[in-house]
Design a protein around this ligand. Structure first.
Ligand SMILES: Cc1cc2nc3c(=O)[nH]c(=O)nc-3n(C[C@H](O)[C@H](O)[C@H](O)COP(=O)(O)O)c2cc1C
Length: 350
């Protein structure tokens, strides 16, 4: 396959994403998962065999409350990664999202790098992925391409504005309303690592999508990825912009959000999954962590890592005395002074 500029960009995002994740030198934005502690529970009065960690969203029963988030497809390399991720998802019975399919709409010869995911995982739950500016006809094509069970529409103004070749116009709300009204599968509105504020949750409430992916900071940071790609210091620097995933979930609570939430952004351990569920998420997902594990350690190690999460989850639910996610969400949390400060300030701003 001869690779276009867009294809090449996919590969650059991939290699820089992995590199930055590995170097672990990205700035910390706001409150992290370390700012939230679980209260010890001395008498669990339950057993691992009684615990059900599954979750229900869009009338679908997800056996595990975490999945592989949108990243790849559109180049030979990212097609191979999609294939390997799809095999892992099928083997471990977790859901998976493909990366933006916009390239496959423009360059049909790249379609195979996405359709491979359905081929390798015929019965799995798959999320299609497109930007929020696509017309409903493209949304239908993307869904059909991989026989998707749901579609994520990414809202990534910050990412586009730091990208040299990115979009500069953002009129999304009316288009999203139309897609949500007409899409044949559930629609998720998804940030890509800059998080969401109370006013955003209120705006999304009016659109009434099937779910919101808060896509918070402290994991993959596209501001830094774009700077490294461009190798020139652009005036638009968003290294410290955004709300973390923890903060975004709290913002949703403060906005009295009633829509189902998906937590993404910096989730790299089963403890982060649990904390996200306790803060109100119905489901969680990880991109950079899954990708880095695959690229650095190989497919078998990624599968082992996911299996380890699957073993640990019911044990940790048991420790906290929760037999299911609803019970878990009623367990107490302790917030650091830093996070308490954030909550006080944000409550006052309502
Ligand atoms: C290499 C790479 C490519 C990505 N491509 C997409 C994409 O095409 N569409 C999308 O919605 N998000 C994309 N993302 C963002 C992730 O889905 C996720 O929202 C973000 O990386 C934060 O999660 P993390 O901290 O677990 O990586 C990409 C992330 C990475 C690392």
């Amino acid at each position: 396959m001869t690779e276009s500029a867009q294809s090449h960009r996919k590969d650059e995002h991939l290699s820089l994403g992995v590199k930055l994740w590995r170097q672990n030198t990205m700035p910390v934005i706001g409150a992290t998962y370390d700012d939230v502690r679980w209260l010890p529970n001395t008498f669990p009065e339950t057993s691992v065999s009684e615990v059900d960690v599954s979750t229900k969203l869009f009338e679908h029963h997800f056996k595990w409350p975490f999945y592989i988030e949108a990243m790849t497809g559109g180049s030979a390399l990212t097609g191979r990664i999609n294939m390997e991720l799809a095999e892992v998802a099928a083997e471990s019975n977790i859901a998976m999202a493909v990366g933006s399919q916009s390239i496959a709409l423009k360059e049909p010869e790249t379609r195979d790098t996405f359709t491979i995911v359905r081929k390798k995982n015929p019965n799995g739950f798959l999320f299609a992925n497109l930007g929020a500016d696509h017309p409903i006809s493209n949304v239908r094509t993307a869904i059909d391409m991989i026989d998707a069970n749901a579609i994520e529409l990414h809202v990534n103004a910050a990412q586009e504005l730091v990208m040299a070749e990115g979009d500069r116009k953002f009129y999304w709300l009316d288009n999203l309303a139309e897609i949500i009204a007409k899409s044949p599968v559930p629609v998720i509105i998804k940030e890509v690592g800059f998080g969401m504020s109370q006013s955003t949750f209120k705006q999304i409430a009016d659109l009434n999508p099937a779910a919101i992916n808060v896509g918070g900071a402290n994991g993959t940071n596209f501001s830094i990825i774009e700077q490294r790609r461009n190798r020139l210091s652009e005036a638009v620097n968003l290294d410290h912009y955004g709300l973390s995933t923890v903060e975004s979930l709290l913002e949703a609570k403060m906005a009295k959000n009633n829509l189902p939430l998906i937590a993404t952004g910096g989730i790299q351990s089963v403890n982060h999954v649990i904390t996200s569920l306790m803060l109100g998420a119905s489901l969680t997902s990880s991109a950079g962590f899954m990708l880095t594990t695959l690229m650095e350690k190989g497919q078998k190690s990624l599968l082992e890592e996911i299996n380890a999460w699957q073993v640990a989850l019911p044990r940790l639910f048991t420790l906290l005395g929760a037999q299911n996610i609803t019970e878990l969400q009623h367990k107490p949390l302790i917030y650091s002074p830093n996070l308490q400060n954030f909550i006080a300030q944000q409550k006052a701003s309502q």
